[in-house]
Design a protein around this ligand. Sequence first.
Ligand code: NAD
Length: 366
Amino acid sequence: MPPLKFAVLAGDYIGPEVMSAALRVLAALAQRENLVLEYTEAAVGGAAIDRHGQALPESTLQTCAAADAILFGSVGGPKWEKLPPAQQPERAALLPLRRHFTLFANLRPGLLYPELTGASPLKPERIPQGIDILCIRELTGGLYFGLPKATTTLPDGDIQAVDTMVYRKSEIERITATAITAARARKRRLCSIDKANVLETSVLWRQTVTAYVARHAPELTLSHLYVDNAAMQLVRDPNQFDVFVTENMFGDILSDEMAVICGSLGMLSSASLGTGRNSRGLPFGLYEPAGGTAPDLAGRGIANPCAQILSAALMLRYSFGLEQSAARLEAAVRRAVTGGFRTGDIAFGGAYLGTEAMADAIIAHL
Ligand code: NAD
């Protein structure tokens, strides 16, 4: 097995803390499974602004391009908030990275272990088995990238702003293909979410998803929901979904709704997969926690490293094809957490561990 080559972009505030814990857990896993890790660390976000004057230096981009995957922490925070919007760490690092590698598919597992239902704002009786769903969000099209995008002053002195929601059939087909692969690996149920009663892009979305699934995955059970209904259904009965797929802005909103019902951001991972293939012929991807840099926790060694560790598991699965290693890592996190080893965000006021002790507990459960 050739070495696992990945770029490590830890970022800011809790980013380096949870990354260092995740790398230690990965090293322990590698030792047990005879895997060789070959990773290169590079600056990104505020840390890169401080060191190199820009959030995504060319050298960092080159490190990523030479790797088979990117393990990303999180970027941004109060230290850089006074910079002009276009230079802010998230906008100047994460969005260009997504664009550069055409990371069009964002996979976000919504996972809440039954033992942690108390961390969810939903009533426990709505989620007796916890939550286990998967959100697939289109990440490089739609309203966030469509042109024209402008604010203009009209002849009558009024001011008008325009954003453009645009999708091509080919963009919808490639995200549908990703959703099919994910649904096949789970319960073979796929829900496509749109607003086809109002939006042209959604009419094309629904037609395209329907035709593509009928042609390429007739064995799947496909359903459709309008996004407003989906937002309600997600809090009413989240487990009625298994895999859902949706366009960029709807996915942005629904995935955050999903994050809140799953308890702590400290537990939620994500994968962003691109059109490119890595040196193993597998999808090049960027793997990161769903949450941000948590400046309120930074420097205290108490952030939950699980989201970063679970993101590393997704990297093993999707960019390195190591399903068993990924599953072993996920099972270790689950056993540690359900066995009572917890950081403050999921300890419900009881005794809790710091970031490094949590990593030790996970290593012990590998
Ligand atoms: P946040 O996700 O950093 O924090 C929201 C809440 O979740 C906080 O209470 C925090 O303590 C908690 N939390 C997050 N991660 C946790 C962890 N690992 N363990 C325990 N608790 C955790 O969101 P925010 O406070 O709105 O943003 C802080 C900064 O992060 C901002 O600068 C924002 O722009 C940036 N951000 C970056 C990314 C990214 O890099 N992908 C994503 C979101 C926010």
